[in-house]
Design a protein around this ligand. Structure first.
Ligand SMILES: [Zn+2]
Length: 261
């Protein structure tokens, strides 16, 4: 069974159906029951408006601000991401970063299953980014959520090709998670994680919702840390060991960089 099992509620859009103003498919929305109930966007939780179309499955957001900001409809190539707002706690950081580094192969494997094109180098960039953002200083941090958190921090990534055409990928949590720390509250632990696939952008540095091909729910595996570590290529192990040996950079080291694209 795949660790990042993809659930069946996958919305597939033919090319360009999603292009501005035509709305998006919603799968797995929490449709209200009863007169006057509105469907809710599964990603941003905004109220949705059905658009007349052949299949009766296209929607727009009722509120323009939702339409502008939600990954399903935003014209921006820099959609909102959850904040990572924590003051550095050196003790917690040493402990929680250390636990992550100790299990790095397992974390990497979970991420690699979600994005087969992910390299160890990119993985180390993401750890470096988490360092700068003080991700390790959340007291309630759950190690088994970290691969998914790093995937969302990565924002847009090139993800190989589909049918001979280059595609990009991005992960995002639903609107329960405004700050990554929300994930470690009672409500946030049930937040849905979405994997969004995009055609390559033509006019912008990163894709917008116009390039969205489909999106799906990623089931988070809470028990992968209890499995044996996966086999890794020697060169990958060496590269990671070099990174780990360099240790955590000082608090003011450089600018935050996810190594995007
Ligand atoms: Zn939305």
């Amino acid at each position: 069974m795949p660790v990042t099992g993809i659930s069946s509620d996958t919305a597939r859009l033919p090319d360009d159906v999603n292009a501005g103003g035509y709305g998006f498919h919603v799968v797995g929305a929490r449709y209200g029951i009863g007169v006057g109930a509105s469907p809710q966007c599964p990603v941003c939780f905004g109220e949705l408006l059905p658009i007349a179309d052949d299949a009766g499955r296209l929607f727009r957001h009722l509120v323009a601000q939702d339409e502008a900001r939600c990954p399903l409809s935003t014209p921006s190539y820099q959609p909102d991401a959850p904040s990572v707002a924590r003051k550095r706690d050196a003790v917690l950081e040493r402990e929680q970063r250390g636990a992550f580094i100790e299990n790095w192969q397992r974390h990497f494997q979970v991420m690699r299953r979600a994005v087969p094109s992910l390299t160890v180098r990119r993985f180390t960039y993401l750890i470096g980014y988490a360092d700068v953002m003080n991700l390790w200083s959340y007291p309630a941090l759950e190690q088994h959520d970290l691969p998914y958190v790093l995937l969302t921090l990565a924002q847009f990534m090139r993800a190989g090709a589909m049918g001979g055409r280059p595609v990009w990928v991005r992960f995002c949590f639903d609107a329960t998670v405004r700050d990554i720390g929300d994930l470690w509250t009672q409500r946030g632990s049930r937040a849905r994680l979405f994997k969004m696939m995009y055609n390559a952008p033509r006019e912008t540095p990163f894709p917008t919702s116009r390039q969205l091909i489909h999106y799906e729910t990623v089931r988070r595996d809470p028990s992968f840390l209890e499995t044996p570590p996966p086999w890794m290529k020697r060169a990958d192990v060496k590269e990671f060991q070099r990174f780990a040996a360099a240790g955590r950079p000082p608090a003011d080291a450089g600018r935050a960089d996810t190594g995007t694209s």
